[in-house]
Design a protein around this ligand. Sequence first.
Ligand code: SF4
Length: 251
Amino acid sequence: MSEYCDTSLIYLQSVNKNVAKTLIEKNHYTHKWTLCTIAYGIYYKDYIESSFFGGYNSKLIGVLVYGQSVGRSAGTSISPLLNNDNVMELTRLWIEDGYGKNIESYCIAESFRLLNVDFPNIKCVLSYADNEVGHAGTIYQATGFLYQGDIYVDLAKMPNYSISLNGPPNYDWIHSRSVYSRWKTHSVDKLKERLASARQGILADQETAVKRITICNTCDQLTSLRNCRKCGCFVDAKTKLLDTSCPLNKW
Ligand code: SF4
């Protein structure tokens, strides 16, 4: 096999979300599923050697997942002329190793072509590189993405960030949606102010938090993304907060 991928053997087409979810949970570095509007499977044409019959088997070797961008300023962070209906987020990309160097950039470009047909209202694609695990968005930039900067400087640009109320090694991550729902801000400075003044009264004691999460873990309202169908909150964060309650009065 050549050093670079043979693009004549690669093609993309939409794939069932459950198939995409299984691949991501098994292979993506986060091992976590996410919001998904459409998933594109990445297929490899595995040609059958035969003197009588031609043809190939299609082997699913990766997946690209796109979801609605949930950051309130996702569109306007790029241009005041865009709103969130014009923006899609590339939320997950995984491709099996061994199919050549440029396969990621080729597949991202191919997915843009498909998105253009499937969602003509989309004018812009956003993605976030996780620099906590050494990702710098190099592949995305090679595909034509414009680098918007470090979101840790401007959290409001990143819809799926988490903050921790504890430092290392006992991180206590709270998802961005829970952050906004609780403190009504994404501004780092305002968060610092509010946490500093309210920290004493924020967290439930550990015994209470454990009792609550044990109830949530057996509740039929808990989704696979670990948020509650009734209130929408992410229960791992919600159960740790002092003045919260279950919408079904289970705790
Ligand atoms: S908060 Fe209440 S309703 Fe929601 S998952 Fe937990 S126990 Fe179930």
